[in-house]
Design a protein around this ligand. Structure first.
Ligand code: SAM
Length: 423
């Protein structure tokens, strides 16, 4: 293996001119929400936003203010995330699996669908349903959802401001914020009807996950829903080069970046035990490499672009030069095609109980000192809020009118989606 440590450090340059790179981060950060009567959050201030320093390494741009998150935040990465968005959407038959269609369609349209016209004006007084996407990335999921559910309000937060700031649906709000900010999430208790989080397995440690899920539980309304979608990044059915490359991946992520990449496999039990959710569900799907058709082709592409996103990680930690890493990447993709390697994708969701008596059966987990401090700050912070009632806190939860059918794990039934999305 080569001498990439010195090569890599030579190619690192501090990018002090981020605006000239094409993304006007400072403007984005200071921009007012499009409709001042609908603030991004009653307790968010722009002081909570991080700085936006970036670095360029081997031609890829990375944020330079959160040492845990090691994937790039450049245009190439945004393309990869859009491709991944369609993979998730197809594997799980749509953008969500929790039974929230009725809820997100909003009280007005629900009342109109019903025949009792007399209560319509009361329904219209209700606030719109609120949805939060944590680590929203470029906001593709929010943009699609907000277009479909015009009555609901969609909030996205991400540490990197790659989401749209000007051209976007009026019912969307994006905030630059670190999910691990010791102050907690910048929202009051019981603020959201539905919280969604996808593809964040590479962001947090096990302890962080406990903190994040507790925060999610705090900001979801009683009766509201939480849904996670993520990938187990450990490729299965693999050849020798792939084995060598991935063998120490989880361990290195843990030791060098304090990140637990096992999130996808653990998120169901974390949501159930730490989040104390009920009505839990989980679906697992596989995406396989090979030569037979567009889905396999998509998986091959996705693997290749994923490996390219991890270039910095592998070159730095495995002491590889760019050329060496290029060769390994090619071998891994070829092996994946030959061995029909596959990734497992996980989707789980649950619901916050309506009554506190459910919470009494909690499992005791000691908060870390940082979180204890944050909890104290938050409870002081939140005492002043007097929030209006919400559709879910009325105890009149609308059941789903969607009809998602989830079959056995299979890749043979996912053949149509890529047409129309591919170059
Ligand atoms: C792999 S991307 C997934 C984006 C999006 N959820 C999707 O499915 O397309 C992970 C995202 O998490 C964000 N992220 C990582 N650590 C974060 C943190 N501590 N707080 C907020 N966002 C974070 C990254 O900036 C990145 O946009």
């Amino acid at each position: 293996m080569g001498n990439s440590q010195s090569q890599t450090s030579k190619t690192i340059k501090q990018d002090d001119t981020e605006e000239s790179e094409g993304l006007d981060f400072h403007k984005a950060k200071n921009k007012s929400p499009p409709n001042p009567s609908l603030p991004p959050s009653p307790i968010y201030t722009s002081n909570d936003a991080h700085n936006t320093k970036t670095i360029i390494v081997n031609g890829r741009r990375y944020q330079n203010f959160n040492t845990k998150y090691i994937l790039p935040n450049d245009d190439e990465e945004q393309d990869r995330l859009v491709q991944a968005h369609f993979i998730y959407k197809h594997l799980f038959n749509g953008n969500f699996s929790a039974p929230v269609r009725g809820l997100l369609s909003g009280p007005v349209s629900s009342a109109r669908r019903g025949s009792s016209g007399s209560s319509q004006s009361n329904w219209e007084d209700l606030p719109p349903p609120r949805v939060l996407d944590l680590g929203c990335g470029n906001g593709t999921w929010i943009l699609e959802m907000a277009t479909e559910f015009k009555h609901a309000h969609f909030y996205g937060i991400d540490i990197s401001p790659n989401y749209p700031t000007a051209i976007k649906p009026p019912n969307t709000f994006f905030i630059q914020y670190d999910i691990l900010n010791p102050k907690g999430l910048p929202f009051p208790d019981s603020y959201f009807d539905y919280v969604f989080m996808r593809q964040v397995y590479t962001c947090f440690s096990s302890l962080d996950w406990t903190t994040v899920v507790r925060e999610i539980k705090r900001v979801v309304k009683p009766g509201g829903f939480v849904e996670f979608r993520d990938i187990d990044p450990i490729l299965k059915n693999i050849g020798p080069t792939t084995y060598k490359l991935f063998e120490k991946f989880p361990e290195t992520m843990k030791n060098n970046y304090d990140v637990d990449v096992d999130w996808a496999k653990n998120m169901y039990s974390c949501l159930q035990k730490v989040g104390q959710m009920t009505d839990m569900h989980q679906i697992v799907r596989m995406l396989r490499s090979g030569n037979s058709g567009p889905i396999c082709h998509t998986m091959n592409n996705s693997l290749k672009s994923g490996l390219n996103s991890y270039r910095y990680f592998f070159q730095k930690n495995y002491n590889l030069s760019s050329e060496e890493y290029d060769k390994i990447t090619e071998k891994v993709v070829n092996e994946a095609i030959d061995y029909h390697s596959y990734f497992s994708y996980f989707n789980c969701w649950g619901r916050k109980p309506l009554y506190d008596c459910h919470l009494a059966q909690s499992i005791k987990i000691q908060p870390n000192p940082l979180e204890q401090n944050r909890l104290q700050t938050n409870s002081n912070h939140r005492a002043s809020f007097n929030l209006p009632p919400s559709p879910t806190s009325l105890g009149d939860i609308q059941s789903s009118d969607e009809n998602h059918i989830f079959g056995q794990d299979s890749v043979s039934d996912i053949n149509q989606f890529i047409q129309g999305y591919e170059d």
